[in-house]
Design a protein around this ligand. Structure first.
Ligand code: DGL
Length: 266
């Protein structure tokens, strides 16, 4: 394995992938990161499948040419569940995807009532249904597609006012009571949602475990590129918006919470 610090490209439609980036940087603080927020096409959850696939494959070609990553993290469930296989076929670089954490959630649930909260696109994907069939372990899995949560999460990160009631309405269908049992585990199947984890816990009608797959994704990255070498130097990070727009003050403040600042256009 090479001893040069790896170059890792992280792609999401927006700022949700920062929740994955944060975990990866904990394990490989020495790596060189390029975080790309595809704000031109945000939110991915509202794009038809074919448009999303061609958008991500086309953009990835450009990003690989410019940034030459050793590894790419698709920090987005909506994209990973539709385009990961095509990306792996098309490009030689290694890809780590983000897909709904149904297996660990179902393994951990005591009541066997599990909900999967994602974009409307993610919860209707064949990929997600197959994960439930293969790894649901007999749990009763409720799929909840949210149209608005990714947008609300970005607003919160930018420090804008968001009504609790708007978040509560979006998560309410996750809470199922049946046969004297209640949902005890909710999979956050969109990387934007851990940005709202405090609001989720506060607004939940009863306590549940919200499963964030980001630590597992970070471990997968390390499986592929290795752990931080003892002699490693300092890492670096670039943040890019596909629109090329400069980050305004509120976005800059949100990025600073992740140790990032915008550097240049794509
Ligand atoms: N962060 C994304 C995900 O994990 C998508 C949000 C969106 O762009 O709709 O699904």
């Amino acid at each position: 394995m090479s001893t040069a610090a790896p170059r890792i490209l992280v792609l999401d439609s927006g700022l949700g992938g920062l929740t994955v980036y944060r975990e990866v940087t904990k394990l490989r603080p020495d790596a060189h990161y390029v975080y790309v927020a595809d704000d031109v096409a945000f939110p991915y959850g509202r794009l038809p499948e074919d448009d999303l696939s061609s958008r991500v494959v086309g953009l990835m070609g450009q990003l690989i040419d410019v940034h030459r990553p050793d590894l790419v993290v698709i920090a987005c469930n909506t994209a990973s569940t539709i385009v990961l296989a095509q990306l792996r076929e098309r490009f030689a670089v290694r890809f780590v995807g983000t897909v709904p954490a149904i297996k660990p959630a179902c393994a951990a649930s005591q009541t066997r009532l599990v909900s999967v909260l994602g974009t409307e696109a993610t919860v209707t994907r064949e990929y997600t249904r197959k994960l439930i069939a293969d790894f649901g372990q007999g749990c009763d899995v409720t799929l909840v597609g949210s149209r608005r949560l990714a947008v609300l999460a970005e607003a919160v990160l930018r420090g804008e006012a968001v009504e609790d009631a708007d978040i509560a309405d979006e998560i309410a269908p996750c809470f199922v009571a049946r046969g004297g049992l209640r949902t005890d585990t909710v999979v956050m199947a969109c990387t934007h949602y851990p940005l709202l984890d405090r609001q989720f816990s506060r607004l939940a009608p009863w306590p549940v475990t919200f499963v964030d797959p980001a630590p597992a994704i970070a471990r997968r990255v390390v499986d592929l590129i290795g752990a931080r070498p003892a002699q490693a130097g300092e890492g670096s990070a670039d943040f890019l918006l596909t629109s090329g727009k400069p980050a305004n003050a509120t976005l800059a403040a949100g990025l600073a919470r992740f140790g990032l600042r915008q550097t240049s256009p794509v």
